[in-house]
Design a binder for this molecule. Structure first.
Ligand code: FAD
Length: 389
């Protein structure tokens, strides 16, 4: 049986997270350190310290690494509350890409790598990147990976170019995907490497100007120029990167759904308040059926999205991979929540596209959600292939 009851202690923690985000974090949404390229590292560090003081930092981490080892279902409840502000997950250290990277590293990094590359990220002291997407190679189809690593038995040499790499500027823990060329020592093919930002050979060309601004340090264009790494930089087994990427993506795409659900709820609450007070043609606009239907459609979508997320979480908490269901959830939730944000803009009228309310920022930030961790069409492509098999 599926049990929808939220235990009392989890409900209390959810309320505490929501209060923390509203009282302590929302005021930073007007901070000039929330730039076109996302929150700066200085702002992030300040927010992280606020969450640390409340014991709300990286609560999802495994118990042995200092977290509470939350189940997927528990994450769904708390991340939704954190997502009320796009800065909430940044403060609590459960925002992308760190959250997915921490999950992956906790599954496949060896003990030395955990100490050097994962522990400081869990502690909120440093950030991480996952560098896969390429201008002329990997994107929707990661098998097109063009960045190449050669191995001489002692060292790897990596060459290639990546873009849309979230947080590249300033991150210290780097997970890099490159295709290992045929060699007599290790299996060839897509492989993950782990190294420090600032290693000679990692060249950050620029930070891209994008329409979203919720991710710390924005999205970078990066070049690997004879990046030389020791054998110990291998993350997991050679040739297994696409399998590891899937391991990371199934839960990571769900946590995006959880956080954006919280942001969409915020937009809906602002639209409802506006619909009750703004008048047109002799009554509050919410009393016009055209407006109440927009808000009702939002309520239906929010409810359906929550149930879709919870179902995928339930499967994963039973030990299932739930790749199909998390794919369905990602495709459905990203499309529906974007429609919710759009309808909120409509209810607000002209101010909907201004920064008089946070709805405009949520709308812009959320647009990218339909693209990353698999564009909707790619999920539909995978779902379609599965049902036709
Ligand atoms: C805000 C943001 C942050 C990101 N952060 C990172 C990061 O940190 N690290 C990283 O490596 N990457 C990151 N990415 C990149 C992201 O993973 C890619 O954008 C995504 O995988 C799609 O690849 P692409 O942009 O190259 O699109 P393309 O592969 O060029 O695809 C373009 C479009 O083609 C369509 N399409 C593709 N395949 C199919 C198909 N089979 N059927 C039907 N339609 C199809 C889709 O509509 C798709 O949107 C980020 C992207 C964004 C927007």
């Amino acid at each position: 049986m599926i049990d929808f009851e939220i235990p009392a202690d989890l409900a209390a923690e959810r309320d505490r997270v929501r209060r923390f985000v509203i009282e302590r974090i929302v005021p930073f949404e007007r901070d000039p350190r929330l730039t076109q390229h996302g929150p700066t590292d200085e702002l992030r560090q300040e927010l992280v310290e606020l969450a640390r003081a409340e014991q709300l930092l990286t609560v999802q981490a495994p118990v042995e690494l200092g977290g509470r080892g939350l189940t997927h279902a528990e994450q769904a409840v708390l991340y939704e509350a954190a997502g009320w502000s796009t800065l909430g997950p940044v403060a609590m250290n459960c925002a992308a890409p760190d959250e997915g990277n921490m999950y992956l590293l906790s599954k496949i990094a060896n003990p030395e790598q955990v100490q050097r590359f994962l522990a400081p990220v869990i502690a909120g002291h440093q950030r991480s990147v996952f560098a896969m997407t390429e201008p002329d190679g990997a994107g929707s189809d990661p098998a097109q990976l063009a960045t190449e690593a050669t191995f001489d038995g002692e060292n790897f040499t990596i060459n290639g170019r990546k873009w849309l790499i979230t947080g590249a500027n300033g991150a210290k823990t780097w997970i890099i995907m490159a295709r290992l060329a045929p060699n007599p020592h290790l299996p060839e093919g897509p492989t993950l490497f782990l190294t420090e930002g600032g290693t000679p050979g990692i060249v950050i060309e620029r930070t891209m100007n994008t329409m979203d601004r919720n991710y710390v340090a924005g999205h970078g264009v990066v070049r690997f120029e004879n990046l030389t790494l020791p054998k110990a930089a291998l993350l997991g087994e050679a040739g297994q990167a696409l399998r590891y990427a899937q391991l990371r993506l199934a839960p990571a795409r769900l946590t995006h759904c959880m956080r954006w659900l919280g942001a969409a709820e915020r937009a809906q609450s602002i639209a409802i308040a506006h619909a009750k007070t703004r008048t047109a043609f002799g009554k509050p606009i919410g009393e016009h059926q055209g407006v109440s239907f927009l808000l009702a459609d939002n309520e239906i979508a929010l409810h359906q999205c929550r149930l879709t997320i919870w179902h995928a979480c339930w499967l994963m908490d039973r030990g299932e991979k739930a790749r199909h269901e998390s794919s369905i959830a990602k495709a459905y939730v990203s499309e529906e929540l974007f429609k919710v944000a759009d309808r909120c803009v409509q209810v607000l009228g002209g101010i909907g596209i201004s920064d008089e309310t946070v709805v405009e920022m949520i709308f812009r930030d959320m647009r990218a959600f339909r693209l990353y961790d698999g564009p909707t069409e790619v999920h539909k492509y995978a779902i379609g292939r599965k049902i036709l098999r």
